[in-house]
Design a protein around this ligand. Structure first.
Ligand SMILES: [Ca+2]
Ligand SMILES: [Ca+2]
Length: 155
């Protein structure tokens, strides 16, 4: 008798919970953006570049500048596909390159620019690092801000 009461109680609870889940699922469907969009925002900064750029495109961009002093940022951004991405995606890539989250890509982060795209890639030479910095650093503060990065990628 007690057992059957207990079971009945649980079945009732289950039904209530089930109804709530349905209600919530319905609300989600109309009120919230698709899950993919919100998880992209949450992962901003820690996500991998391969969620924005294809691994093949990154590969060919890295291969193209394997030889020291051969790095050309315009060619690189075209080959890896970044120059065709939307402002939000370019902003996400900026966040990944800004490894310490300072809001800027500093010279010591630029040196490892290629390795952010592919961990096995070479570091940029001092000359390449300075050329890349001056290509983007419009206000001359010695580091690349998000808007400067955007302008360089789209130039
Ligand atoms: Ca930084
Ligand atoms: Ca700057």
């Amino acid at each position: 008798m007690l057992l059957s009461l207990f079971l009945k109680h649980n079945v009732l609870n289950f039904q209530i919970a089930h109804t709530l889940v349905y209600f919530k699922a319905g609300a989600h469907h109309t009120a919230l953006p698709p899950p993919a969009a919100s998880s992209t925002l949450q992962l901003n900064g820690t996500m991998s570049l391969t969620s924005i750029l294809s691994a093949d495109a990154i590969d060919s961009a890295i291969k193209d500048c394997q030889v020291p002093e051969s790095f050309n940022h315009k060619k690189f951004f075209q080959l890896c596909g970044l120059s065709k991405k939307n402002p939000q995606e370019i902003r996400t890539v900026f966040g990944i390159l800004d490894n310490d989250g300072s809001g800027f890509i500093e010279e010591d982060e630029l040196k490892f620019f290629l390795q952010r795209f592919s961990s096995g890639a070479r570091v940029l030479t001092d000359k390449e690092t300075k050329t890349l910095l001056s290509a983007a650093d419009d206000d001359g503060d010695g580091k690349i801000g998000a808007e400067e990065f955007q302008a360089m990628v789209l130039s």
